[in-house]
Design a protein around this ligand. Structure first.
Ligand code: ZN
Length: 499
C-alpha cells in the first residue's frame, strides 16, 4: 500500500508542476503582460492546462485511484490520503467525461475573456464583453453537464467552490440575513451620519505601498514565503509551495480601498502560508473551499481590520507613512472604516451592505443557470436588483454588471462563498472569544499575533482536511447559521450609530 501512496504523491507532484507554470502565467497576465502578449500567454495557459488535464485523466492514474479506493485499501489510509483519494477520484471521473478539445477551447476562452472584460470595464461598454460572456456562460453550462450529467449545473458549481454546500443551505442562510439586515440598515440610515471630510486628501502611492507591507507583517504575512504586485483587481495566487503572492490596486485619493484589499488578500495568504507542510502533494494542501478561504480573508478584513483594537497600536505609523492621516483624528478614522452606506461597487462596500451585493449576484447566477435570463438582459437585471436590495441604481455598466472579474473566467458559484465566509466568521468569532478574551482587548495590547496563532492552530494548518461544515462543527459545535453574524452586526453598529 505504501508504494501506491508514494505513486499517488508522485503523480500529484507532476500535476502541480504544470499548475505552477499555469499560475505563474496567470499572474503575469494580470500584472505585467503587454497588450500584444496576451494571446501567446493565453495559448500557453491552454497548453499547460491541457497537459495537467491529461495527467489527471490518464488511465494509469485512474487505476491507481481505483485501487486505493477499494475498501480493503482505503480503510488503512491516513486521513489526508483518504481525502485526497476521494477528491481525486471524483475529479478523475468528472474530467474523463469532458472531451479534451472542449476543455482546451474552454480554458483558452477563459484567458482571452478576462482581457475582454478589462477592456469593456475601462470603456464601461458591456457590448464589447457580451459575446465573450455569452460564450463563457454557454461553455460553463456544457462543461458542468459533461462532468455531472445527472445533477443541476448550479448545484455542481456551488459544490466545486465550497465542498458540501448546496443551494438549500444558502437559501436558508441568505434569507435569514436579508430579514435581519433590512431593519438594521434602516436604523443605521436614520441615525446621524458622521462627518468624514477630514479624510479627503492625497495619499501618495509610494506611501500606500509601504503601509501595505507594514500591515501585512503586522498581521503575520511571511515575506519569505510571498510577495506583492499590482493588478486591476486584487487577488491571491499560489505559485508553487512556499510562494503565496498577493496583488493590490492603488488610488491616490482613496487609501482605504487599498488598505482593506491588502488586509483581505493578506488573510488569504496567511491561510495558505500556514498549511502543515507534511500535507505536501496531497489535495489537503489546496484549499479549494472558497467559503472557508473567504472566511479567513474576511475575518482579517472586517472582524479584525474594522475593530478599534487593530488600529490603536499602529495609528501613528499611518501618519508617518501617509502624512495626511496626521490630520485625521483616530475617532474619525474609525467612523470612516465602519461607515455604512449603500454604494455601487462590491469591493468598496462596507461589511453590512456587502452582504446584499452578494445576495444580488447569487440571485442572478441562479437565474442564469435556470435559463431565466439572457446575457443581453444582464445589465438591466443587475440594475433592477440593485434598486430592490440597496435602493440605488448604477448609471453605467462599469459600476454595474461589469465591475467583477469572476464571470469572465467562468467562476460562477464563487460569489456566495464570500458571504458564507462572513457567516462562518460570526461563528468563529464567538468560539474564539469564548476561548481567549475579546479580540479588541487582545489587539489593543498589540497582540494580534495571538489571534493569527489561534487561526493557524484551529483552521489554517489543517488545509482542506475538513469541509467548512466540519470545521464549524468542530470549533463551534453547531450547524451553519447567520445568527452570530447578525448579533455581531447589531451590537457593533448600535454602538457606532447610537441607537
Ligand atoms: Zn477573497
Amino acid at each position: 500500500m505504501n508504494n501506491s501512496v508514494a505513486r499517488l504523491k508522485d503523480h500529484m507532484k507532476k500535476i502541480e508542476q504544470y499548475q505552477t507554470i499555469e499560475n505563474l502565467l496567470y499572474w503575469d497576465l494580470a500584472t505585467m503582460t503587454p497588450e500584444k502578449g496576451v494571446d501567446s500567454k493565453a495559448e500557453a495557459i491552454g497548453f499547460f492546462s491541457t497537459e495537467a488535464f491529461r495527467l489527471s485523466t490518464s488511465e494509469e492514474y485512474g487505476s491507481l485511484l481505483k485501487e486505493l479506493s477499494a475498501p480493503e485499501n482505503y480503510n488503512t489510509l491516513e486521513p489526508a490520503i483518504k481525502v485526497t483519494v476521494r477528491r481525486e477520484l471524483r475529479d478523475y471521473e468528472r474530467f474523463c467525461r469532458v472531451p479534451e478539445d472542449f476543455y482546451t477551447e474552454y480554458v483558452t476562452l477563459k484567458a482571452r475573456s478576462q482581457r475582454a472584460w478589462e477592456t469593456a470595464k475601462k470603456a464601461s461598454d458591456f457590448s464589447v464583453y457580451a459575446p465573450y460572456l455569452d460564450k463563457i456562460i454557454q461553455m460553463t453550462k456544457q462543461y458542468v453537464r459533461y462532468m455531472e450529467p445527472d445533477q443541476k449545473p448550479y448545484e455542481v458549481l456551488l459544490d466545486m467552490f465550497e465542498e458540501g454546500m448546496d443551494s438549500q443551505t444558502i437559501d436558508r442562510v441568505f434569507e435569514e440575513l436579508k430579514e435581519g439586515l433590512r431593519p438594521l440598515l434602516k436604523k443605521i440610515r436614520e441615525a446621524e451620519q458622521p462627518d468624514l471630510s477630514a479624510l479627503k486628501g492625497i495619499y501618495p502611492i509610494s506611501g500606500q505601498k509601504k503601509l501595505q507591507d507594514m500591515l501585512l507583517s503586522y498581521m503575520g504575512f511571511d515575506f519569505t514565503k510571498g510577495t506583492t504586485a499590482e493588478s486591476e483587481h486584487p487577488f491571491t495566487s499560489e505559485i508553487g509551495s512556499g510562494d503565496i503572492r498577493i496583488t493590490n490596486h492603488f488610488r491616490e485619493e482613496d487609501p482605504l480601498a487599498a488598505i482593506f484589499s491588502a488586509i483581505h488578500e493578506g488573510g488569504h495568504a496567511i491561510f495558505d502560508q500556514n498549511i502543515d507542510p507534511s500535507y505536501a502533494h496531497t489535495s489537503v494542501m489546496q484549499v479549494n473551499m472558497m467559503g472557508l478561504h473567504e472566511s479567513q480573508s474576511r475575518f482579517y478584513e472586517n472582524i479584525l481590520g474594522r475593530n478599534p483594537g487593530f488600529w490603536s497600536p499602529i495609528y501613528t505609523k499611518l501618519g508617518e507613512l501617509l502624512p495626511h492621516f496626521q490630520e485625521v483624528p483616530f475617532d474619525t478614522f474609525l467612523k470612516a472604516i465602519n461607515h455604512v452606506e449603500p454604494s455601487m461597487i462590491r469591493i468598496d462596500a462596507d461589511e453590512v451592505t456587502y452582504c446584499l451585493h452578494i445576495i444580488l449576484r447569487y440571485e442572478i447566477e441562479r437565474a442564469i443557470f435556470n435559463d431565466e435570463v439572457t446575457t443581453e438582459e444582464l445589465p438591466a437585471l443587475w440594475n433592477d436588483k440593485m434598486e430592490e436590495l440597496l435602493g440605488i441604481r448604477p448609471a453605467t455598466d462599469a459600476e454595474g454588471v461589469l465591475q467583477d472579474t469572476h464571470w469572465s473566467d467562468g467562476s460562477f458559484g464563487y460569489f456566495p462563498s464570500y458571504l458564507l465566509g462572513s457567516v462562518y466568521d460570526g461563528m468563529f468569532l464567538e468560539a474564539m472569544e469564548k476561548e481567549l478574551e475579546s479580540i479588541e482587548e487582545i489587539m489593543s495590547k498589540g497582540e494580534i499575533m495571538k489571534i493569527t496563532k489561534w487561526l493557524n492552530t484551529n483552521i489554517h494548518q489543517n488545509g482542506s482536511l475538513y469541509t467548512s461544515r466540519e470545521v464549524i462543527q468542530r470549533l463551534c459545535g453547531k450547524e451553519i447559521s447567520a445568527r452570530p453574524l447578525l448579533d455581531y452586526f447589531n451590537k457593533k453598529y448600535s454602538e457606532i450609530y447610537s441607537f
